[in-house]
Ligand binder design. Structure first.
Ligand SMILES: [Zn+2]
Ligand SMILES: [Zn+2]
Length: 776
């Protein structure tokens, strides 16, 4: 390395080697470097090296400086540059033109697989141009866009290791592929009508329907009110006309999906704005290369455009824009919003293999719009929303996976973090990078569990990684825990559920602090075997202490109490009023079946199948039932979501709630909350106002308890995690209140606060774990 003064003396010429680490494969990075080098009249080369992309650049020193600046500032939007290392050296003075070295070079580069990318504007323009050879071709792509993760069989990312291997490129495509000036230079999945995948239209029995244009056939079926299975990037969608209530109800019936909201795809941003209020930040998220489903507030005036059956009783609608060329063409032809929901029945994983899809979706879809490009990894659509101007991922899958999240510290050995049971995501750690899997659903479903085992093997294979450490939840009933315990020859790191939530929030924010952790959710296995879920911890990545929690109540029937919120309402009423509850003049008590209640209270008293719980989720359920929202739920958090949707914007007061101290722990007297709700009911206050006061009360409990814990611990940073903080109203009120009280607050952005974020927390804790350290 020579000091710059020496280089200046050699007539302003210089040479440098640049190492670029990060997601730089499958995103058009080398051609980008090539064009940039040409623009600055530099000689040298670019190639894949052991640790990333390597550039040798020689030329005028000022030109190299500008080249380096633009390398960072104008890199392809899908590239993720983690580190750029520049080493200056003496120039060679051989004026060779810049070239792309495509030889294997010095071994495999450090591989960061790229996520699937929405079709780009240039490809869309070609698709719309009747003079272009790819006019109306539904599988065009380039280095800036198209399938990646879902077609990759192995790395490095080359066509022969993707599901495009069986399609031989035609001479025209080959020419583009080999031309460094072409935007399809080394576009691995490139295709055209002459050489690429083709569409097919089939009936529900798999027989080919003799139509000239499968796309128009599918569009006609959709307009006629049929349900169409459409093969996408990461699996099949079930599509139907979102404006037709009868069809949407029929889809729900066939899918055995009673009430969960369904995602809707609209043709463009204007169409989205006709249905929902879309802020600038939400527009950016909708149009991002990841193209998640974005939760948006419905326009009240637009209630007729999309059938109520799409998202019953909810104020928000999950909208997404087309991200494959096929979806663009389909939306143009149908010209109305389409329900586009995962192709599965109930809680099963999304169908992605053609034969399997026919079997599993044959009884749901009337018609199949399929194609012959195989899908290697199944991947649902991601779900995100904007909270206070910042995007927040609620379900991390297509478009985000497998982008790594960096830890603050390096793991000594490769780690597998198994995640939880519901909304499972697992993670693999290499060095500082955590590669999280796509959302894999609820492992209680046997098919989902098998798909999970396959997904673990697939990602391990892709990253060529053999875990030496396995992190898992404490819950003995989780399938992911059982799997972890079966593994031999690895170090096991059991992680308490809520500790994992708080660690996840720390890792999500790239910090390594000791914090007050507020972990509120439905269910998490506690170190005492009880069902935790309304927890205050003092925690860092090494250990935690449970410094506060909700008062425990019985959860009669165990899981049945999750499905039937009326059970929790009765238990909380009893905790608040004792036997006098039976005389309360509220609708809930009037409709309570006395014999059912007697059975329940007896079981609760004796602790028979009635585990003690401090769950915040169950308190939401109880209040939703007291307000008459629902006594039974079809899916977890349904009652809480409806309670949030119902509440009026601003609370005029909060309920008085006692905070007690017991064995050095702050106990939140949650029956006080229920007493406040009941007094309002007796006074004739409306459910919408009570819902609002309830949310404000919970936010105030967060702030008051954290103040008390700050006085005791000196900690002034708070991490909010757990599924309850998906509740935007509660989250916002808590963040505002904590801010006013002088706290620094961490919330989630890259991974969800729900159990989909557990693996990241487990990974961060396991990366810190040392054998010799005793653990809480
Ligand atoms: Zn493109
Ligand atoms: Zn071709």
């Amino acid at each position: 390395m020579a000091p710059s003064g020496v280089l200046r003396q050699t007539g302003g010429r210089a040479r440098c080697r640049v190492l670029i680490e990060g997601v730089v494969q499958g995103v058009g990075f080398r051609p980008f470097v090539y064009r940039l080098a040409e623009a600055h009249r530099l000689g040298g080369s670019v190639r894949n090296g052991q640790d990333g992309v390597l550039v040798d650049a020689e030329g005028d020193r000022d030109a190299i400086e500008r080249f380096l600046d633009q390398l960072k500032s104008t890199a392809p939007s899908s590239a993720r540059l983690r580190r750029i290392t520049v080493t200056w050296g003496a120039p060679h003075h051989d004026p060779e033109p810049f070239r792309i070295d495509t030889s294997a070079g010095e071994g495999d580069p450090a591989l960061f697989p790229a996520p699937d990318l929405a079709v780009c504007a240039e490809c869309l323009a070609e698709m719309a141009d009747s003079g272009d050879r790819r006019y109306a071709y539904p599988f065009l792509n380039c280095t800036q866009c198209g399938p990646r993760y879902t077609i990759i069989r192995a790395l490095p990312y080359d066509r022969e290791r993707t599901s495009m291997a069986s399609f031989a490129t035609c001479p025209a495509c080959r020419e583009e592929y080999e031309d460094p000036r072409d935007r399809r230079f080394h576009a691995e999945p490139t295709a055209c009508p002459a050489c690429g995948p083709r569409l097919a239209l089939r009936d529900s029995g798999g027989r080919a329907l003799g139509v000239a244009d499968p796309l128009s056939g599918a569009a006609t079926a959709l307009r006629a009110g049929q349900i169409v299975a459409v093969k996408g990037l990461g699996g099949y969608h079930l599509a139907c006309d979102a404006t037709a209530p009868g069809v949407v109800s029929e889809l729900r019936r066939r899918k055995a999906r009673d009430a969960k909201p369904l995602a809707v795809m609209v043709g463009d941003l204007e169409a989205a704005r006709r249905l929902c209020v879309v802020s600038d930040a939400e527009a950016v998220l909708l149009q991002s290369a990841a193209r998640p489903i974005v939760l948006l507030e419905r326009r009240s005036a637009a209630s007729e455009a999309v059938a109520d059956e799409v998202a019953p009783r909810l104020r928000h609608l999950g909208l997404m824009l087309p991200y494959t060329p096929l979806q663009h063409l389909l939306l143009q032809r149908v010209d109305r919003p389409l329900v586009m929901t995962s192709g599965n029945r109930s809680d099963e994983p999304i169908a992605y293999q053609d034969d399997d899809a026919l079997v599993r979706l044959g009884g749901i879809a009337d018609v199949f719009l399929a194609h012959d490009r195989p899908i290697e990894a199944h991947c649902d659509d991601s779900v995100a929303r904007v909270i206070d101007g910042a995007p927040s991922v609620l379900r991390r899958a297509r478009g985000y996976v497998p982008l790594a999240i960096s830890l603050t510290h390096e793991a000594a050995e490769p780690i597998l973090a198994c995640g939880g049971e519901l909304k499972n995501v697992f993670g693999l750690v290499r060095g500082r990078e955590v590669f999280l899997s796509q959302h894999l659903g609820d492992l209680g479903d046997a098919r989902a569990y098998r798909a999970w085992v396959d997904a673990v093997a697939h990602l391990k294979g892709l990253l060529e990684l053999t875990p030496r450490v396995v992190a898992h939840d404490l819950h003995p009933g989780y399938r992911s825990t059982a799997y972890a315990r079966m593994l031999d020859g690895v170090r096991h790191v059991p992680v308490q559920h809520h500790h994992a939530h708080i660690a996840s929030c720390l890792a999500d924010n790239g910090v390594d602090d000791r914090v007050i952790g507020v972990a509120w959710d439905g269910t998490g296995y506690g170190t005492d075997g009880h069902v935790w879920g309304g927890e205050f911890l003092v925690a860092d990545l090494e250990r935690f202490e449970r410094v506060g929690c909700f008062q425990e109540v019985a959860m009669p029937g165990g899981e049945a109490a999750v499905r039937e919120p009326w059970r929790m309402a009765a238990v909380f009423l009893h905790a608040a009023y004792g036997e006098a509850m039976e005389k309360l003049d509220v609708a809930f008590v009037r409709r309570l079946d006395p014999s059912a209640w007697r059975l329940l209270s007896r079981a609760a008293e004796r602790g028979l199948n009635a585990p003690p719980t401090s769950s915040a989720g169950r308190l939401f359920d109880a209040v939703a039932s007291l307000l008459g929202l629902r006594d039974r739920v079809d899916f977890e958090a349904q009652a809480a979501m409806e309670l949030e949707a119902l509440a009026v914007p601003d609370a005029d007061r909060v309920y008085a709630v006692d905070l007690d101290e017991q064995d050095g722990r702050t106990i939140v007297r949650t029956p006080d909350v229920v007493r406040g709700v009941v007094e309002d009911l007796l006074a004739g206050v409306g459910a919408d106002r009570i819902g609002s006061r309830f949310h404000a009360t919970l936010a105030e409990i967060v702030v008051r308890t954290c103040r008390r814990l700050r006085d005791r611990s000196g900690l002034d940073r708070v991490a909010l995690s757990g599924g309850v903080f998906q509740n935007v109203r509660l989250s916002r009120l808590a963040v505002e209140g904590l801010g006013r009280a002088g706290f620094q607050v961490y919330t989630h952005h890259q991974v969800p606060p729900n159990d989909g974020g557990l693996a990241l927390g487990q990974a961060a804790i396991a990366a810190r774990f040392r054998e010799d350290r005793s653990r809480v």
